[in-house]
Design a protein around this ligand. Structure first.
Ligand code: HEC
Ligand code: HEC
Ligand code: HEC
Ligand code: HEC
Ligand code: HEC
Ligand code: HEC
Length: 345
């Protein structure tokens, strides 16, 4: 609390200083108005974002967001090497500056304003919200694909991407004991699922939008229109009336779909979410029968035919994507078709 107030004072001190200077000298000048009328005042352009009302609104939205309410993984993944870059403010800012600590942190704090926002490199006319990480993002899962939303959604892509592809498990042909001795070999038709956590990680949206990472009969395609909208276009748009979404809640809103799908009344456009949810459930039930999932849909360690493994991996991708097919409807359909075929559904 103290910190917030202190920070605000500093920030508004700065803005204030600017406003004072711009009254006496030439501050940032607004765009020239039409027909010889005056342009917008430079100070007004700062206040579009920095007014007290706007900052309060952003903070209220943020307080309701997933980032503002991290679960237990903040104190756990937030301090760990290999995890902290996505799970804490300290980890992400260090990573964005090109430094990944080689040992665990003692302390981690939650993702907050300064985690995503850097500073304005200049205060010229037309500046936008300063972002810390705008560069295209290299896929962690395959180390080759480059995700580029050409805008501030690259910030989201840095963290909301898969950490592994299925080959991390599928390519293993011998298993070793902890003491280094040989345990058993894996038949070419089989995959050893060595962990109940075996998955692409809980966050596969970026990979899906770019149509990569799952098992499919033909290569996936980038969902161009949704890539152009970007995470920000659907998750930070206008709120729906009476609902807490959009803006810094970062929850998708139907209002943001309407910029392109003008007649949308919910996210289930063309029945894609219903179809995806039904297919996901059918695939999960078949995976329970095969024994790779238990009744709670948690993974079971063991040896499985690679067809079963591929269906399992696609199931995890679809499940952890969280949009029931919206991020990339066409690619999701391909993943479902492949899984069903491998399971004989
Ligand atoms: C520093 C890494 C990081 C960045 C950058 C980031 N996120 Fe997240 N996001 C997370 C983590 C970690 C969680 C889970 C929070 C928790 O529960 O601990 C999360 C949660 C969410 C949730 C809530 C998920 C749920 O199941 O309730 C949404 C929605 C979301 N992020 C969207 C976005 C969008 C949109 C952006 C870009 C504007 C973004 N995130 C940028 C790491 C990040
Ligand atoms: C590339 C970024 C990234 C890395 C690296 C990463 N995570 Fe995550 N993790 C996320 C995001 C983003 C979410 C939130 C997904 C959501 O809610 O949509 C998440 C979610 C989780 C969850 C919550 C799952 C749930 O059901 O609420 C746990 C636990 C977790 N991660 C543990 C870890 C651990 C442990 C490590 C290191 C071994 C790690 N993560 C590394 C991005 C990452
Ligand atoms: C997970 C990343 C993330 C976090 C955390 C975050 N922002 Fe943002 N913020 C963004 C993105 C992305 C945009 C949109 C940038 C663009 O494309 O113009 C944005 C835009 C803004 C804007 C301009 C648009 C508007 O809504 O007025 C303000 C002001 C702002 N952020 C303030 C804050 C404050 C204050 C906090 C902390 C309470 C915060 N942000 C936390 C990602 C983030
Ligand atoms: C499009 C939205 C937007 C506009 C316009 C904008 N800012 Fe910002 N500014 C932000 C966001 C977002 C942050 C970082 C989050 C925060 O600190 O609230 C920020 C941070 C700052 C900071 C602290 C970090 C730094 O860069 O040193 C100062 C000072 C600042 N703004 C001054 C200004 C001034 C002066 C103007 C007008 C010339 C201006 N801003 C216009 C969104 C904006
Ligand atoms: C075409 C619009 C669109 C785009 C682009 C988009 N999303 Fe989504 N996203 C959605 C919808 C719709 C949902 C499902 C929300 C629901 O059913 O409540 C969703 C679900 C999610 C969820 C699960 C939590 C939740 O809100 O229910 C996360 C996390 C998420 N998206 C993050 C991202 C990230 C990160 C990006 C960019 C890499 C992105 N999304 C791009 C529309 C979009
Ligand atoms: C920037 C424009 C844009 C935005 C914003 C956008 N979409 Fe789309 N969406 C499209 C276009 C264009 C297509 C069809 C393109 C194609 O099939 O390749 C499409 C296709 C779809 C489909 C497949 C429809 C079908 O019948 O197969 C679904 C589902 C969908 N969008 C959901 C959403 C949801 C939900 C949102 C808001 C959260 C959203 N879209 C936001 C442009 C957009």
């Amino acid at each position: 609390m103290k910190y917030n107030t202190f920070f605000k004072l500093i920030l508004f001190g700065f803005v204030g200083a600017f406003i004072v200077t711009s009254c006496t000298k030439e501050g940032p000048v607004g765009a020239a108005g039409a027909d010889g009328t005056n342009g917008i005042d430079g100070n007004q352009s700062c206040l579009a974002c920095h007014s007290q009302a706007n900052v309060d609104a952003v903070r209220t939205q943020y307080a309701a967001s997933g980032h503002g309410n991290p679960g237990f993984e903040l104190g756990y993944a937030g301090v760990r090497t290999g995890c902290m870059e996505c799970h804490s403010s300290e980890g992400f800012t260090a990573h964005a500056m090109g430094y990944d600590p080689s040992s665990n942190l003692n302390f981690a704090s939650k993702i907050t304003c300064a985690t995503c926002h850097g500073d304005h490199r200049s205060l010229e006319e037309g500046i936008s919200a300063p972002m810390r990480a705008m560069a295209p993002v290299l896929s962690k899962a395959d180390g080759v694909t480059v995700f580029d939303f050409e805008g501030s959604s690259n910030t989201c892509a840095s963290c909301h991407q898969s950490r592994a592809n299925g080959n991390l498990y599928a390519d293993v042909d011998s298993v070793w004991n902890k003491d280094g001795s040989f345990a058993f070999s894996v038949h070419a038709d089989s995959v050893y699922l060595s962990s109940t956590h075996a998955s692409p990680h809980y966050t596969t949206m970026t990979n899906n939008i770019f149509g990569v990472g799952g098992y499919a009969d033909e290569a996936g395609k980038v969902m161009g229109a949704h890539k152009n909208a970007g995470c920000v276009g659907c998750h930070m748009g206008e709120a729906e009336s009476g609902k807490t979404n959009g803006g810094h809640t970062m929850l998708a809103s139907v209002a943001s779909c309407k910029t392109c799908h003008s007649s949308a009344t919910n996210f289930d456009i063309g029945g894609v979410q219903t179809a995806t949810n039904n297919a996901e459930e059918a695939i999960a039930q078949a995976l329970v029968v095969k024994g790779i999932l238990d009744e709670n849909h948690d993974a079971v360690v063991g040896m499985y035919h690679k067809d079963v493994f591929e269906a399992y991996w696609n199931y995890k991708i679809i499940h952890y994507d969280g949009s029931a097919g919206v991020h990339n409807p066409d690619y999701t359909e391909k993943l479902i078709a492949h899984a069903k075929q491998k399971l004989g559904l």
